[in-house]
Ligand binder design. Sequence first.
Ligand code: EPZ
Length: 419
Amino acid sequence: MDKIIINGGKKLSGDVQISGAKNAALPVMAAALLTMGWNTFHNIPDLVDIKTIKKLLISIGAKIETNGTTIRVNADHINHCEASYDLVKTMRASILVLGPLVARMGQARVSLPGGCAIGARPVNLHIKALRDMGAEVDIKEGYIEARSKRLKGSTIYFDMPTVTGTENIMMAACLAEGTTLLENAAKEPEIVNLADVLIGMGAKISGAGTDVIRIDGVKKLSSVEASVIPDRIEAGTFLIAAGMTRGDIRILGCNPSHLETVITKLRSTGIEITSIDGGIRALGRKKTKSVDMKTQPYPGFPTDLQAQMLSFMTIAGGLSVITETVFENRFMHVGELMRMGADIMIEGNRAIVKGIDHLRGAPVMATDLRASASLILAGLVAEGRTEVSRVYHIDRGYEDIEKKFSALGADIRRVRETK
Ligand code: EPZ
């Protein structure tokens, strides 16, 4: 397992190019299962999770061609409607093949994802929605077994605005008989991106990006050429890096309209954020103001930037209350930050952070994807050397993160951990 070594204290400055969004690419690639012919998807990031979904699609019978950030997917000959436990346990988003397989093939056997570090993360809403559409769904030996000759359009209410739940059922509804309404749907930009791709395939969808999405089922979908949106979480991570290191970073290739809440919140800490050609510029200030932050489903402050924001507040000039409302166990980065001298107290789903002058470098351990990013950010500003271990977590969702930070002036490198 690799480690990332950082000697902190460098101001970051320069340009960084944002990669395509992992959480847009995964559902878009799964949507290829609904079509005949070759789909071409551009701006796909080079990440471990993308490698995993490629393996999964190939195990189902799809053909994949990769050329840089362009991936082509052909699902003409699907011959195996199963997502096995050994693949799903490495990436919960594998659940995204469930809806397309039931819709296209009339059956699917997908391993239950099980819990993960940040919470139990059940998929009961995905299952309930498929049942609402007439599918027979059983849970056997840790697998979801779903069958339906043809799904029926239905009105579905999600008890919580689930992102992959909305995506799974929106895909399934494209080939259902009749109209499906998704109420209390998630509104993330990745869902709008997926809807645009499905419409390009011939689907009839309206309302994506609002909390009611209407899908009128069609008989078949054809292949499409499309792009995935830039990664708003990666862009937010670099905005925070500019604030923490008092740097001057031009974040290129991002879509500022996907980051409105984040930009407003970060401006209130004192970071100067301006629109520039092709992206945004972030100028860190001498004194950072402590602010409170509460994660919410989109368009609220994203839970996937909570760990990075908390890291930032450890060196701000006062008291900050960070509230996590989406996942029940998403503070594992706190113990590691405290090993670097941070002053944090956890009370239920709130972290009370008292800003200190500076963090001190230390060996720390990544526990999940976004926690890893928060530890790297802390290492960039800590006095001395920080070693982040288990960086396989970060490779799931950030493309070449140490190269991007090094190009901005950070003293950061990756070392292969000998067994
Ligand atoms: C997606 O996960 C993202 N993953 C997550 O990003 C992100 O943190 C999350 O949405 C919230 O924005 C992908 O898009 C691949 P949810 P998802 O269903 O869809 C509960 C990252 O770092 N819930 O919106 O799994 C659930 O427990 C990852 O890139 C149910 O109770 O999240 C949670 O409390 C981490 N039953 C809440 O809803 C269900 O059937 C939101 O979860 C489904 C969800």
